[in-house]
Design a protein around this ligand. Structure first.
Ligand SMILES: [Zn+2]
Length: 341
């Protein structure tokens, strides 16, 4: 077990005890705060020092990794990179943290679209009460999705979605499935279904494939204005707002709940199994379902089917049940976090 994993486990262990801990329900911030801002290369930044002061982080440690902590939240960034961890969970920032004139700078986009909604979800204005969950099993019909060692992606997405549906329905949620059988459904069709339910959240379930050595889970929310699709350069179109941007903050809070619960459940012996699943992070993308949907929306990738050992985990009913319980639990965590003001 590497050091990072050890640290992550420690953090997860402490998170386990209290629901309130994750998503920073206890986080207090300064009123009437004067941010130290810097414009560099046309982008607005705030200093890490003012992030520390605003959220009352009690100490800041500089090095290859910069860390700061409150009683409830540990925040880590790596200058020169887009990597950020909050309570051990990996987030990929929209812009790298940079150093200029002796100050470390975080982009304003990352402050307002990531750090703040994750630290203070009760302040997300557009997140509203919901009782409907739209679950979107990726692919279907002729579109098999990723090719797996046992079954193809479309089979697992539907299996997990049905398990999540059963749990949520037992808990009193209304669940809408974009598909509940092996049928083809266009991306526009999925968007249309989701947008019929204004008081709902949307969770798209997928599995990765491609690289036989890659492994782990990742969660996507729509790229904020000015931020490209993961892995490609910024284009002019990225500066236009898309319908999904209305729910930027709520979506990142939902992604945080789902991603952190999935890691917690899949990697915790206390839940019965430890699948030892890698955290690939919470990322930004311009997938059609994310750009077009006007309710809080995420796309979750539950493991690599092209990796033989991970495909075997995904194929087991223990993995499927654990993952489904984590997603269902995350819906509750998210709901409490945005509505308990
Ligand atoms: Zn897929």
């Amino acid at each position: 077990m590497n050091l990072l994993m050890k640290r992550y486990r420690q953090v997860i262990k402490t998170m386990c005890c209290s629901l309130a801990l994750w998503l920073g329900l206890g986080v207090v911030a300064h009123a009437n705060f004067k941010w130290e801002t810097v414009n560099y290369n046309g982008l607005d930044y705030v200093t890490l020092l003012s992030v520390k002061d605003f959220y009352y982080f009690n100490k800041i440690k500089y090095g290859a990794v910069i860390t700061m902590e409150t009683r409830d939240v540990a925040l880590e960034v790596r200058p020169g990179t887009q990597r950020c961890r909050m309570n051990g969970v990996l987030f990929i920032l929209s812009h790298p943290v940079i150093e200029r004139a002796g100050s470390y700078l975080l982009s304003k986009t990352d402050l307002t679209k990531l750090i703040d909604p994750v630290m203070r979800p009760t302040y997300i204005h557009r997140a509203r009460h919901f009782n409907t969950v739209v679950i979107d099993p990726g692919h279907g019909g002729k579109d098999s999705g990723g090719l797996g060692h046992h079954e193809n992606e479309k089979v697992y997405t539907l299996k997990i979605a049905r398990l999540v549906k059963d749990i949520l329905q037992r808990q009193g949620y209304r669940v809408v499935m974009t598909r509940d059988s092996d049928i083809a459904l266009s991306l526009a069709g999925r968007v249309r279904i989701a947008n019929k339910y204004p008081n709902a959240i949307f969770i798209s379930i997928h599995f990765n494939a491609g690289n036989s050595r890659a492994n782990g889970i990742e969660t996507f929310t729509v790229s904020p204005v000015g931020v490209p699709h993961m892995g490609r350069d910024v284009r002019a179109g990225d500066f236009r707002s898309v319908p999904g941007n209305v729910m930027d903050s709520a979506s990142i809070a939902l992604a945080t709940a789902v991603h952190s619960r999935a890691l917690l459940y899949l990697n915790s012996k206390s839940a019965g199994y430890n699948f030892n699943i890698e955290d690939r992070g919470i990322k930004r993308a311009r997938y059609n379902v994310l750009t077009g949907i006007k309710i809080p929306a995420i796309l979750f990738e539950g493991g690599f089917l092209s990796n033989r050992s991970e495909a075997t985990k995904v194929h087991s009913s223990a993995y499927q049940k654990t993952l489904a319980s984590a997603i269902a639990r995350a819906v509750d965590v998210y709901k409490k976090s945005v509505t308990s003001r």
